[in-house]
Design a protein around this ligand. Structure first.
Ligand code: KIV
Ligand code: ZN
Length: 514
């Protein structure tokens, strides 16, 4: 058996089922093109019977993408298959993914049927799809909870009917890695025609075991994995592409290989997160903002001396420029020196000791320190004064044009501006920009309700970008617009330029109003 593991990406189908993450056709095509460059083998482009938008997207992706197989999902229903065939008419390489429930929960309660009749329906669907395409994948939904002997019988019948790939989904994310692995092994050993098909793993993450189950599947004979970027998907999500890719890459003793150019992982992860408006949790394996960030003194020291002391992967292998030695109040002298040297400061022992004392003061008042802060620390004296929100008023509604008046206090003085915008938050941000005389790039904006009632408190997380550095702002307020503006100012206040800065060669006016 070959050790190549085929990557079947379902970001645009299972991933897109997440509420609030729907993409339009143009966005899906953009992601599909990037998936092609990443080197995935199969793109599941949609479930075309489900909506005209899904149909249109499969057609557009089929036209835009050349190398990966384009796959359309169906139920074991002729009409679904007809529509899927139509959606794939421009695909250079095409696959139909059809299937039906395999567990007794699905057979009894979803289909009100019997095991025998379910197999008949599955076989009929595979045979029907086979009339139109050579490559037919069969999914045995909820296989994770299905009886292994029945599952083997079902899979054998589907391969005999022409299935080229057999998908064994742990639809509910129930399995333990050992049990999922044993299920795949059972099929390898009990399905007489199994060598005529590829076994595929499709695991959900309800108990946080999707990746572990997928790896167990590979180790027991599966050679296709169904994954999504950032692990997005229904409920707790699907197996994360980046995790499987890097597990196979990092454990060099494993014989398996993929076609992926892993250096494209991080840029694509950011693109998916941005387009789907789904922020990546900071501690997410491989692609989280902290995945390669070392902040404790001991770890920083270890990484500076020898990267592998605390890093099992090279961040560059996933497309992240370098590991980040994050400077916080817990960082040691060695980490500070590392950054100062990078910025061109060569200090002797005494100078470093002096700089370190200044650094500790600075780090106490500010969570993450950027290069600009260090430069100011070295070049001048820094007094931290904040830009504060004094007053905010918005007018919005339908058909009114949203208008915001913002009054800020900077260094004891008040500044008032009004602006219009596409919505009240945008209008308020534009008014702030007018006061600080700078158009700030908002890269990420997330508002969450703390509880779940309409009289709730809004929590806002914002990420802005300035001079190629990211700054994060947070705020909580019952008024969501106040929360948004306060979070915006929180981020802006972290940009050194907007602190009251006394540089040796400059006046003592805050740079923000120079
Ligand atoms: O989780 C699942 O069972 C699925 C199938 C439709 C493949 O997504
Ligand atoms: Zn699924």
């Amino acid at each position: 058996m070959s050790d190549k593991v085929f990557i079947f990406d379902t970001t645009l189908r299972d991933g897109e089922q997440v509420p609030g993450c729907q993409l339009n056709t143009k966005e899906k095509v953009e992601i599909a093109k990037q998936l092609e460059l990443l080197g995935v083998d199969v793109i599941e482009a949609g479930f075309p019977i489900s909506s005209p938008g899904d149909f249109e997207s499969v057609v557009a992706i089929s036209k835009a993408v050349k190398y990966p197989i384009i796959c359309s999902l169906t139920r074991a229903v002729q009409k679904d298959i007809d529509v899927a065939v139509d959606s794939l008419r421009y695909a250079k390489r095409k696959r139909i993914h059809t299937g039906i429930g395999a567990s007794d929960y699905h057979i009894k309660y979803k289909f009100n049927s019997t095991r025998e009749k379910i197999i008949e329906r599955g076989v009929a669907a595979v045979k029907y799809a086979k009339k139109f395409v050579e490559d037919v994948e069969f999914y045995a939904e909820d296989a994770g909870r299905a009886d292994n002997a029945f599952l083997a019988q079902m899979i054998e019948a589907m391969i005999a009917a022409g299935a080229t790939v057999v998908n064994i989904p742990d639809t509910t994310g129930y399995c333990l890695p050992e049990d999922y692995g044993a299920k795949i092994r059972y099929l390898k050993e009990h399905v007489s025609n199994i060598d005529r098909a590829i076994i595929s793993c499709h695991c959900h993450n309800d108990l946080g075991m999707a990746t572990a189950n997928t790896i167990a599947g590979i180790q027991n004979g599966a050679r296709q994995v169904e994954v999504t970027m950032n692990g997005i998907g229904e409920r707790a999500g699907n197996t994360a592409l980046e995790e499987v890719a890097m597990i196979l890459n990092t454990h060099k003793h494993l014989p398996y290989h993929t076609n992926l150019n892993t250096k494209r992982i991080y840029p694509l992860s950011l693109l998916v997160s941005k387009m789907m408006r789904m922020p990546i949790q900071p501690n997410k394996a491989i692609v989280g903002r902290n995945a390669f960030a070392h902040s404790s003194g001991i770890h920083q020291d270890g990484v500076i001396k020898h990267r592998e002391s605390y890093e099992i992967m090279d961040p560059e292998d996933v497309g992240i420029a370098s590991n980040s030695i994050v400077l916080t109040a817990r960082s040691g002298r060695n980490a500070l020196n590392y950054h100062l040297r990078r910025l061109g400061y060569q200090l002797n022992k005494e100078e470093l000791a002096e700089a370190y004392q200044k650094f500790l003061l600075l780090a106490d008042s500010k969570k993450d320190l950027a290069d600009e802060d260090l430069i100011i620390m070295m070049e001048g004296k820094l007094i931290s004064t904040k830009i504060k929100l004094k007053h905010l008023q918005v007018i919005c509604g339908e058909p009114l044009k949203p208008l915001a008046s913002v009054e800020l206090e900077i260094d004891g003085q008040s500044y008032l501006e009004s602006e219009t915008g596409v919505g009240p938050i945008n209008a308020a941000f534009r008014a702030v920009d007018k006061i600080i005389k700078e158009v700030i790039n908002v890269e990420e904006f997330l508002m969450q309700a703390l509880t779940q009632s309409s009289r709730d408190t809004g929590k806002v997380h914002i990420r802005i970008r300035h001079n190629e550095t990211d700054y994060h702002g947070f705020a909580v307020h019952e008024d969501t617009i106040v929360a948004s503006v306060t979070a915006y100012l929180d981020a802006i206040n972290k940009i050194s330029k907007f602190k009251r800065v006394f540089l040796k060669q400059q006046s003592d006016l805050p740079l923000a109003i120079l």
